[in-house]
Ligand binder design. Sequence first.
Ligand code: CO
Length: 153
Amino acid sequence: MSFKLPTLALVALAATAFALPGHAAECSLTVEANDAMQYNTKSIDVPVSCKNFEITLKHTGKLDAKVMGHNMVITTKADYQAVATAGMGAGADNDYVPVGDARVIAHSEVIGGGESTSFTIPVGKLSADEDYEFFCSFPGHYALMRGSLNLVQ
Ligand code: CO
């Protein structure tokens, strides 16, 4: 009789997970960045059912933030190049993000190898009719370190 208990417990756990309202597990994502100036994804889907979407950025490399720093900035696709350029001017003290710039929907701080950081996108700021971009605004990185961010059902 006792050998059946673990199976029953697992079934109960699985049922609980699927029964959770709002599919909480889908409202967060971990993205890795490395010393080769790359994210490990080119596309991020944000479910419209999430109030907030949390992204954890994990730098899996070894290089210092001053040499190979990475962050993540969210803007519309139309704005990302101009914001990346403005970010260079904002400098390291501002995480290479223009201060008080309404084009910036959300952003993380800059991290170096072995570090990680999290930030939150208020999903209500995203429109299904708009195309969004995520990118690293560390000087010289945005051409390689970018991808599309999409609001999905
Ligand atoms: Co970078």
